[in-house]
Write a protein that binds this ligand. Structure first.
Ligand code: HEC
Length: 160
């Protein structure tokens, strides 16, 4: 094997490896583990335990919204800020990396922006003390819950 052939082979190997890395990055960061669902949404395919994990987080949102709206009705802006911050970014920590890799990029972007907005809602509730303002911010953020539920569902792999 002469020098040029060896260099071409090495170059070829590097190109193939780069393509593999690009494909993996696409799969784990952008595409996620999805398939079309019967109702027209995209199904994100998760292990049963991972699906339980995200659904528990979702129910945490409903519990947080209950506290937040109750606090707003009482004009208790301290309690409103605390309820909102319970749904903030720190609530997103602890998601298993293997599961996050299965979520499409659009899903992760929407999900993180909802958590981030709850931090803003909390900070503004504390700073402005204006229930009507908080309610308007909340209505905006809730559109993202609606948008995501319109686009995605979770499907569990068969338990094994
Ligand atoms: C990034 C996407 C996304 C966002 C944002 C999101 N959800 Fe969900 N949520 C889902 C998916 C997907 C499901 C599963 C739906 C299905 O399988 O039909 C779900 C399920 C739920 C469930 C059902 C839980 C259960 O135990 O079955 C509730 C309640 C819920 N979401 C509330 C909310 C609320 C409230 C918000 C906003 C504060 C929100 N979600 C934001 C994607 C999202």
């Amino acid at each position: 094997m002469n020098q040029t052939t060896r260099q071409r082979l090495q170059l070829g190997t590097i190109v193939v490896l780069l393509l593999v890395i690009a494909a993996m990055a696409y799969k784990f960061i952008v595409a996620g583990s999805v398939e079309p669902a019967a109702d027209g949404r995209m199904a994100i395919v998760l292990e049963p335990g991972e699906r339980d994990f995200v659904l528990r987080e979702m129910r945490g949102f409903v519990a947080g919204l209950q506290q937040l709206t109750a606090a707003l009705a009482r004009d208790d802006m301290k309690a409103a800020a605390s309820a909102a911050s319970g749904m903030g970014m720190h609530a997103a920590h602890g998601a298993p990396a293997a599961m996050v890799a299965k979520l499409p990029l659009q899903f992760k972007t929407l999900g993180f922006s909802v958590h981030r907005e709850f931090d803003t809602i909390a900070a503004d509730a504390e700073r402005l003390g204006d229930a009507k303002h908080t309610l308007a911010q909340l209505a905006d953020t809730l559109q993202k819950c609606v948008a995501c539920h319109d686009a995605y569902q979770f499907k569990a792999t068969v338990a094994h």
